[in-house]
Structure formats: structure tokens, C-alpha cells
Design a protein around this ligand. Structure first.
Ligand SMILES: NC(=O)C1=CN([C@@H]2O[C@H](COP(=O)(O)OP(=O)(O)OC[C@H]3O[C@@H](n4cnc5c(N)ncnc54)[C@H](O)[C@@H]3O)[C@@H](O)[C@H]2O)[C@H](O)CC1
Ligand SMILES: [K+]
Length: 511
């Protein structure tokens, strides 16, 4: 469940080699053997023999893993050909040892020359070119070799990471191996669970090579992929906890939804319904009076609290007093879906922020208000837990950078903002990132592209507020909300046998 950067991986390697005393050559032998076993397992499932493989070998330890795999595949009756990206005079350390062994057993090999490989003769490729030692875009001849391998149409099994992937950010260089499967060693690498790296890696499996899992605890690694074991072990929550019989709706809390305008009333509706569907006992939706008139009975399970709006259907500064009064007996508050921008909205948000005493979820325009706030820097450092749920564009505005800069380093950006402002950041997108004030990161792997649809964010904000209302901590509510939001989206897409036609309401129905 741990996810590491290349630097962290090297530290864990060093700890294992120097402190525990397992020689690196043993780790490499274990790695190569695990890769060979995966290839044997896969080839046995193919209709035809699939035993003629090319192993593309780089000059570093990733290449060494490949040479070990070659030996074990030969022993298993495979027909193996090694293609060295570079000549052996560039090899060092464990790679020289492996190279000599392959020479001693006369393994068939040659140094790569452009357009000389007859790819169609082979059943598959092992990519042992570049691993966590990659720095920047693959240089020649790696670049041409990667292009040829991708063009061959053969299934490619990458060792540790697909060559051409940035192991830390998930960005892919040009070119990057498009792997059928990636056998990553010891721990997941960050780049394997962030787009577009996740897509280039194909099916990712983690294989132990002798580095103790406990080393990641001691190191300490604080990045995890959200999965049931992480909920129980790290977030101390059992996702299947049944409800206690002797309870009533008050047990499950009361959410205050501050959302919606005449143009975007649906956002408040989706947010309120999602809060109910995530299990909160009660929901009060506070909204401009003109909008409220049209919402009577639309969501009978939610209570409406109309706010004077002088027939504008918009928010205004004087509403803060009512909002703060209504918030008094609520367990959680969500501000922002369909809120729109209005005169003095920064002062409006600051007054509410300073006046309420329950955990707050900030989404959509509430985040844009903060981005434009002159002196936001401090008025959030108060007693209540804050969860913000920006999409990459909103995160870019909050951090005063471009959306691309966010997407190129999602984990670092989300972590930096969460630690600096001491709040929880839910950075939405493929593989949503949850960053905690202490720097811990949870990466979500549920969900699908069909959820890129208007209102999906309103649903997530409502879900997180609904979970907060039930007494989950801010990090539990953020993680549970993101994880189940994606699961519900996956179920909805499966039910409709389509991602394209998914709409936000379908997600709520699958909760
Ligand atoms: N460290 C260990 O105990 C183990 C590591 N394992 C495997 O080793 C790799 C990491 O190996 P490393 O030697 O650090 O480098 P790489 O093999 O990943 O390749 C980098 C290699 O290639 C050169 N290089 C770097 N960037 C580029 C580029 N853009 N273009 C061309 N060439 C490049 C660089 O000089 C290096 O020499 C790890 O992924 C594991 O696969 C074992 O699995 C376990 C023990
Ligand atoms: K590789």
C-alpha cells in the first residue's frame, strides 16, 4: 500500500543493503526471478507457446534485473535474445557481474542497431532499459529502441517502471514504453499511480524482492494508495462497519449546505442529495429565496432555509448573520457548489469562516473567492478542520500557477498547499490526491472518465460533508468520500455499460 518516489526507493534499497545486510546482487536476483515467474505465468495462459522473447537491457541495474530474468527464462525452456542498448564498457557494479554470467552461459545477445531487429519473430518483450535511475527524456539509442518496441505491437512487460516514465510524477517523456504489464519491485512508484504514467504502465503488480515492508514504516513513507487495508491500518476506519441498531437520525449528524443560485440551483440539489445518500441524518440547504421557491418538494428529504435575496436569486453580504445562526447546531458545512461570485463575497466567506464551529468543505466558487482574497493567508488557520476539493484549474488559481504545473506534479503541489495552509486538499482528477496537513498523501484509484461531467464535484463535496456529519474525522471523510465517489461512478458506468452517458445523478444513485 506504500507508494514511493525514486529517491525514497534508493534510500530503502540502501537501508536494506547497508543496515540489514542483504547484498544488492541478491535483491537483483530476487527481482529478476520475480519477473521471470510473471512471464512464465502469462505465457502459460496464452493459446500458443509464447516462449520466444526479446529482453531490452539498459546499462543500469534495471538492465541487471533483465539479465537475471533472462537466465531464469532460459532454465524454464524459453528462447531468449538479449538486446543491449549500449556496449558493455558502459556497465558497472552489479550489471558487470550479470553481464559476465550471461557471457559464461553463452546467452544469445547483440548490441542494438537501428532497424535491424526482426520483431515479428518474437512473442513478447521485456523492457529492462530504464528504471528509477531515469533522468529526463530517453537519450539515443534508448529513444529509437523504445519507439521500435512500441511499434512492434508485441506485448511489453516493463521491469519496475515503463522506460520513459518519470517515476515520481507520472509524467511520460517522449518516447515512453506503452507496457502491457509493469512488474514493479518492492513498492509502488508514485509515477505508476498518476496519469498518464498509470495508463502507460498497463496492469501494475508489485513483487517483493527482500526489502522488508517495515522499512517503509521506519523510513517513514507517508504516501499510500487508497484500498480497504489502508482504511483499516492507516485511517483507522472499517469501511464495512454496520450501523448500530439503537440509533436515530440525530446520530448521523446534520449537514448545512450553502450552495446554489438561480443559474446553478442543480449544484445545491446534487450536493444536498449526495450528503443524504452518504448517510447523514439530516440536511439543511440554505439558498436564495427566489431559488428556494422552485425547489419546494424537489428533494423532500432535505430541509430548505430560504435567504432574503431581493428577488435576485443571488447571494449577498447581509446573509452571513442568518447563515452563522443556522450553522450553530450542524455537524458539518459545505460551501461553494453553484455559489456564483457576488459583491463582497470575500468578506462574506471570511465572516462565515470566523463565525462557524463545524468542519467545513470548500468547493467550486468558494475556492475561487479564496484565490482572489487579498488576505486569505491567515483567516483559515483557526480551530475548525477544513477540506478543500479543487479540480486542477482551481488548484492552479489557489497556487497562482498554471494548470499544467499542477498536473505535472500533483502529489507535490497538493502536499505543499496542505502543509502550508494546514488543511486537507482533495485534488480531483484521474487518481485524485488527498493531501493532509502532516504531509501524508492518499492516492485514489477508483473512478473513471465518465465522471468528468457537470455536477460530479458537487456530489463529492456533499458526500464528504455527509461523512463528516456522521462523525468521521476530516481525513477519514475525505478518503471515504473520494474512494466511494469513484466506486459509485464505476458501478454506474458498469450498469449503463457506458462511461460517455454517465451524469452526476447516476453517481448518487449508486451510493
Ligand atoms: N538499487 C538496488 O538495490 C536495486 C535496484 N533495482 C533496479 O535498479 C533500477 C535502478 O537502477 P539504476 O542503476 O539507478 O538506473 P536505471 O537502471 O534505472 O537506468 C538508468 C541508467 O541509464 C542511464 N540513464 C538515466 N537516464 C537516462 C536517459 N534519460 N536516457 C538514457 N540513459 C539514461 C543512467 O546513467 C543509468 O545508468 C530500478 O529501477 C530496479 O529495476 C533492483 O530491482 C533491485 C535492487
Ligand atoms: K524498465
Amino acid at each position: 500500500m506504500h507508494v514511493v518516489t525514486s529517491v525514497e526507493m534508493r534510500k530503502l534499497d540502501q537501508y536494506t543493503i547497508e543496515t540489514i545486510g542483504i547484498p544488492s546482487i541478491v535483491l537483483m536476483e530476487n527481482a529478476g526471478r520475480e519477473v521471470a515467474n510473471e512471464i512464465i505465468f502469462w505465457s502459460e495462459q496464452q493459446k500458443h507457446r509464447a516462449k520466444k522473447w526479446l529482453i531490452l537491457v539498459g546499462k543500469g541495474n534495471n538492465g541487471g534485473d533483465g539479465l537475471v530474468a533472462a537466465r531464469h527464462l532460459i532454465e524454464a525452456g524459453f528462447d531468449i535474445k538479449i538486446i543491449y542498448a549500449q556496449s558493455s564498457d558502459t556497465f558497472k557494479g552489479d550489471m558487470i557481474i550479470q553481464y559476465k554470467i550471461t557471457k559464461n552461459i553463452n546467452l544469445s545477445s547483440s548490441v542494438y542497431q537501428k532497424d535491424t531487429i526482426s520483431w515479428t519473430e518474437y512473442d513478447g518483450i521485456i523492457d529492462a532499459l530504464l528504471g528509477t535511475g531515469t533522468k529526463g527524456t530517453p537519450k539515443e539509442p534508448y529513444s529509437s529502441l523504445i519507439d521500435e518496441a512500441n511499434a512492434s505491437g508485441l506485448p511489453i512487460f516493463s521491469i519496475d517502471i515503463p522506460s520513459g516514465l518519470d517515476a515520481d510524477t507520472g509524467m511520460i517523456y517522449q518516447p515512453c514504453i506503452q507496457a502491457h504489464q509493469t512488474i514493479t519491485l518492492a513498492f509502488l512508484k508514485c509515477g505508476l499511480v498518476q496519469s498518464p504514467g498509470a495508463e502507460a504502465s498497463g496492469n501494475v503488480i508489485v513483487k517483493p524482492i527482500g526489502i522488508p515492508i517495515s522499512s517503509a514504516e521506519n523510513y517513514p513513507i507517508h504516501t499510500y494508495v487508497l484500498q480497504p487495508s489502508v482504511f483499516t491500518k492507516k485511517l483507522n476506519v472499517d469501511i464495512n462497519l454496520p450501523r448500530n441498531v439503537n440509533t436515530h437520525k440525530g446520530t448521523y449528524g446534520h449537514v448545512l449546505v450553502i450552495a446554489g443560485t438561480i443559474q446553478m440551483s442543480g449544484a445545491g440539489l446534487l450536493c444536498s442529495k449526495a450528503a443524504l445518500r452518504s448517510g447523514s441524518g439530516l440536511v439543511t440547504w440554505i439558498l436564495p429565496k427566489t431559488v428556494a421557491k422552485h425547489m419546494l418538494g424537489v428533494l423532500p428529504e432535505a430541509m430548505l432555509f430560504p435567504i432574503e435575496d431581493k428577488n435576485s436569486g443571488q447571494w449577498s453580504l447581509p446573509s452571513t448573520e442568518n447563515i452563522i445562526n443556522v450553522s450553530k447546531n450542524k455537524e458539518s458545512i459545505v460551501i461553494g457548489p453553484g455559489l456564483g461570485r457576488f459583491k463582497d463575497d470575500e468578506l462574506w466567506l471570511q465572516k462565515i469562516w470566523e463565525g462557524v464551529n463545524s468542519p467545513v468543505v470548500l468547493d467550486a466558487d468558494a475556492l475561487n473567492i479564496i484565490s482572489d482574497a487579498e488576505h486569505f493567508k491567515d483567516w483559515h488557520r483557526n480551530k475548525i478542520p477544513i477540506i478543500i476539493t479543487p479540480h486542477p484549474g482551481e488548484m492552479a488559481r489557489l497556487m497562482n500557477c498554471t494548470t499544467n504545473e499542477i498536473q505535472e506534479n500533483r502529489i507535490q503541489k497538493a502536499r505543499a498547499y496542505a502543509v502550508k495552509h494546514q488543511l486537507i486538499v482533495v485534488l480531483k482528477g484521474a487518481h485524485t490526491i488527498i493531501a493532509l496537513p502532516n504531509g501524508s498523501i492518499y492516492i485514489n484509484n477508483t473512478g473513471n472518465a465518465g465522471m468528468a461531467t457537470g455536477g460530479a464535484g458537487d456530489v463529492l463535496a456533499g458526500m464528504i460533508a455527509g461523512l463528516l456529519a456522521q462523525g468521521f474525522s476530516a481525513e477519514q471523510a475525505a478518503a471515504l468520500g473520494v474512494y466511494h465517489h469513484g466506486l459509485a461512478g464505476d458501478r454506474a458506468a458498469a450498469k449503463r455499460n457506458s462511461q460517455n452517458s454517465l451524469i452526476a445523478g447516476d453517481i448518487i444513485e449508486e451510493l
